[in-house]
Design a protein around this ligand. Sequence first.
Ligand code: AHR
Length: 339
Amino acid sequence: MFHKIKQISKQFHILILIIIICCFVGCGAQKKNVSQIEEDDGIIVGFSQIGAESAWRTYNTRSVQEAAAERGVQLVYDNAEQKQENQIKALRSFIAYQVDVIVFVPIVTDGWDNVLQEARDAGIPVLVTDRKIDVEDQSLYAGFIGTDSLKEGRNAGLFVLDTFKNEREHFDNDKEYINIVELFGTEGSSVALGRAEGFRDVLETHPEFRIIYSKSGDFLRSKGYELAVEFLEMHEDIDVIFSHNDGMTLGAIEAMEERGLHPGTDIVIVTIDAQQEAIDALREGKVNCVIECNPKTGSEIIKLAEKLAAGENIPRIQYVHEEVFYETDDLSLIEPRGY
Ligand code: AHR
């Protein structure tokens, strides 16, 4: 009897949750995946994703949705369309209707203290994924799973150091700088900050390198194209493009080719994500190094959410396995990427 009442009450909560999310965030049917909610006794996870700005992101969302479906976890999905305010609203709606666990990809590092305090007051554990946050009280979230962006930036820096070893040796004589353009990801996001920091960490003791242009393209292919049109107009002597994601890189390649330039030959290109199109470009010699950012985190996320729902502890930080693909590798060995 008690079980039946509990189940009816849970179904009622789910129904209200659907209505509230729609009201708060102003959803369209295709934007919300709340129809995935099923009437059973599995745990309910509220998942706030930042949007669909890249092939990487779309795959990441699917990875979480599929893993939840496989394990019978009810996922309440919200797409924040690149707005932190939408994410905060979604988190509040998850709290109001007492989901078992909240999982979210924070678009930027700052501004989460209040809403996470609300989640804690409601007794709902929070798992942060993909991007990190900066909160005063670290115990406001249970753990993080995702990419090591500092390491990605360092790997990009090491590749550049190695590629220009001859030029570096002669630098003292001719003072010919190695000029770098940086396509920066979303400002204030931990991944963009980490990639930028790791890259600079490696190059800071090498005065022969200088970053002559760095602007945010928000991880968007269209903005990568626009920025490339601008920096190619401004500078004739670019040696390297360090791009925080493949989407922006592919846009920049398009702009270069329109100007008759040969990406990968006229300008060395190092990019992050390793989506299929970037691997294809590596094979064609249009890109010189691709650093993997692994979006296939769904099943690990759902397992961690299940542990949290069961009151278990999870690791504080869990980085996913990531590789680096160089132009000199045997590229025939790279498996289809899936994104
Ligand atoms: O946070 C991960 C980054 O966000 C990926 O590198 C990028 O493609 C995405 O949009």
